[in-house]
Design a protein. Structure first.
Length: 164
């Protein structure tokens, strides 16, 4: 199965280079799943918090497996086998952390290893749902659905500017 996915990726890349109008430019954004561990009985650690603040992976709609927009699940493992086209999220970890903590209704901080340590016991599903809401509200452009945006703050208000 891995070889056929690689071949499909190569065919699509060649198609995009030679005939960009046939390949289409519609893409979906897939985020790595959050790695959540328990630390003791009263704390939860979000291990790959800094990685999620920095990068996304882009996949094309032409591939046959189904991805729900902004899926945070094991589908990433299938995609990662043949795609390595990363771009910056352009988000400050403090902003993402404050959003997560406010939505969870708890307190937390970054530890020395740049992991988010949160007071309370939370399942990975909790983090996934909140990250989906964050991406919908602060990352994805409402007009073109592109994740290539910049978040700027003016007079205590946040503005989302699309880079496409």
């Amino acid at each position: 199965m891995g070889i056929s996915l690689q071949l499909l990726g190569r065919v699509f890349n060649i198609l995009r280079e030679n005939n960009p109008e046939l390949a289409g430019d519609r893409r979906r954004t897939v985020m790595r799943p959050p790695q959540v561990l328990r630390e003791g009985t009263k704390k939860t650690v979000f291990v790959n918090f800094m990685d999620l603040c920095k990068t996304y992976e882009q996949t094309s709609l032409i591939f046959l497996f189904k991805l729900v927009r902004l899926t945070i699940s094991s589908d990433f493992d299938v995609c990662a086998a043949f795609l390595n086209n990363y771009f910056r999220m352009h988000r400050q970890p403090d902003h993402v952390m404050n959003f997560l903590l406010a939505e969870l209704g708890t307190s937390g901080s970054l530890d020395g290893q740049q992991r988010l340590v949160v007071k309370g016991r939370f399942a990975p599903k909790n983090f996934e749902g909140i990250l989906r809401r964050y991406v919908t509200e602060y990352v994805i452009c409402l007009g073109c659905k592109s994740p290539d945006t910049i978040l700027s703050k003016e007079n205590r208000l946040f503005f989302l500017r699309c880079e496409k």
